[in-house]
Design a protein around this ligand. Structure first.
Ligand SMILES: [Zn+2]
Length: 90
């Protein structure tokens, strides 16, 4: 008989769920988002997977990144469409 089994499963599920959360903090995201935006605009391969995972789970940072992307695109005089599309798939 294993009365603790159910609890253990719940804990494991909790850890699994937690492991899907971004390991990158919002501060770290903020530090890296400039480079990420440049990368998106350059249509370069995604080389910051932690950031992508963070944006997928953090709407505040995603919004920040989107605003930055629009500003950077306007600054560079490029169409942000494709980059926005990639960001939307984050
Ligand atoms: Zn965040």
């Amino acid at each position: 008989m294993t009365p603790a089994r159910r609890v253990t499963t719940q804990e494991l599920l909790g850890r699994l769920t937690f492991s899907a959360e971004p390991w990158m903090s919002c501060d770290e995201c903020f530090e890296a988002v400039d480079g990420y935006v440049e990368m998106l605009l350059a249509e370069a391969p995604d080389s910051i997977p932690g950031l992508r995972a963070h944006l997928a789970a953090c709407s505040a940072c995603l919004e920040e990144c989107r605003s930055l992307l629009l500003l950077a695109a306007a600054d560079a005089g490029v169409d942000p469409g494709r980059a926005l599309e990639r960001l939307g798939n984050a």
